[in-house]
Design a protein around this ligand. Structure first.
Ligand code: NAD
Length: 260
C-alpha cells in the first residue's frame, strides 16, 4: 500500500496503459481519478475499480481544453483534498510518410501529447506546491522519445519533447518536492497499437504479421510485446519514490528494443 493516502489523476485512463496504471495505483492504496475524453468508458473504469465511488472517480476531460482540464483537477482536489500524482498519459497515433502528412493531423497529434501534458501539469502544480506534500508527475513517453521510426514524425517529435518538459518540471518543482519523470514503453497491445497494424501494413506494402515481427518487435531481445502491467509497474515505482533523487529521468520499458 505504498500509495495509501495519495490521490492520483491519470489522463487517458479509460483504456489501455492508463487504465492499468489506475488499477495498479488503486491496489496500492491511492484514490484515482480516471480523466478521459471518453466519459462513458471513464465511468465504467471508475466503477470497475471501486463500485462505491470512494476510491475512484471519472472525470470527463479533453486534455487540450484548458477550462475542462482546470475544472477536472479542481473537482478532484475539492473531493479528495489534493492532487499528489499526475500521470499525463492520454495520447493518439497517426501514421503517414512525412512528405504527405496533413498539417492538421500533425497539429492535432502534437497538441494532444504536448499541450495536454502542459495544461494538466500547469493545473496540478499549484496544488502540489501549496499542499506542502509535493508530488510526482509522470509523462507517458515511448521508445519514440529516444528513437525514430518511419511514418511517425509528429509522434516521435512529441515524445522527444516530453523529456524536455519533464526536465524543466524537475528543476522548477524541486524546491516544492515535485518530481517529474518519463516512462518510455516499447510496443504494447492496446487499441492504439491494434489500429496501427493494418495501417502500417497498407503503408509499407507488407502483411500484418510482418508488421508485428519485422517492424514492431524486430529490435527487441525476445520478440515480445511489453504489457500494460509492465508499464504500470514502472509508473508505480515512480509514483512511490519518496525523494528528489529520482527526478528528470526517463525509463525505457521495451524488452530491450532501445538500450541506453
Ligand atoms: P489507448 O488508445 O488504449 O488509450 C488512450 C486513451 O486516451 C483513450 O481512453 C482515449 O479516450 C484517451 N484520449 C485520447 N485523446 C484524449 C484527449 N484529447 N483527452 C483525454 N483523453 C484522451 O492507448 P494506449 O496505447 O494505452 O496509449 C496511452 C499512452 O501510452 C499514449 O500516450 C501513447 O502514446 C503511449 N504509448 C503507447 C504505446 C503502445 O504501444 N500502446 C507505446 C508507447 C507509448
Amino acid at each position: 500500500m505504498i500509495l495509501k493516502d495519495k490521490t492520483a489523476i491519470v489522463t487517458g485512463a479509460a483504456s489501455g496503459i492508463g487504465k492499468n496504471i489506475a488499477e495498479t495505483y488503486a491496489k496500492a492504496g491511492a484514490k484515482v481519478a480516471i480523466a478521459d475524453l471518453n466519459k462513458d468508458a471513464a465511468e465504467a473504469t471508475a466503477r470497475e475499480i471501486d463500485p462505491s465511488g470512494a476510491a475512484a472517480m471519472a472525470v470527463e476531460m479533453n486534455v487540450i481544453d484548458e477550462d475542462q482540464v482546470n475544472a477536472g483537477v479542481a473537482t478532484v482536489v475539492e473531493a479528495w483534498g489534493s492532487a499528489d500524482i499526475l500521470v499525463s498519459n492520454a495520447g493518439i497515433q497517426i501514421v503517414h510518410p512525412l512528405h504527405e502528412f496533413p498539417y492538421k493531423e500533425w497539429q492535432r497529434l502534437l497538441s494532444i501529447h504536448l499541450d495536454g501534458a502542459f495544461l494538466t501539469t500547469k493545473a496540478c502544480l499549484p496544488h502540489m506546491y501549496n499542499s506542502g506534500r509535493g508530488g510526482s508527475i509522470i509523462y507517458m513517453g515511448s521508445v519514440h522519445s529516444k528513437e525514430a521510426s518511419v511514418l511517425k514524425a509528429p509522434y516521435v517529435t512529441a515524445k522527444h519533447g516530453l523529456i524536455g518538459l519533464a526536465k524543466v518540471v524537475a528543476k522548477e518543482g524541486a524546491a516544492h518536492g515535485v518530481r517529474a519523470n518519463v516512462i518510455c514503453p516499447g510496443f504494447v497491445r492496446t487499441p492504439l497499437v491494434d489500429k496501427q497494424i493494418p495501417e502500417q501494413a497498407a503503408e509499407l506494402g507488407i502483411t500484418e504479421d510482418e508488421v508485428i515481427k519485422n517492424v514492431m518487435l524486430k529490435e527487441t531481445v525476445d520478440g515480445e510485446f511489453t504489457t500494460t502491467q509492465d508499464v504500470a509497474d514502472a509508473a508505480l515505482f515512480f509514483a512511490g519514490f519518496g525523494s528528489n533523487a529520482l527526478t528528470g529521468q526517463s525509463l525505457v520499458v521495451s524488452h530491450g528494443w532501445f538500450m541506453e
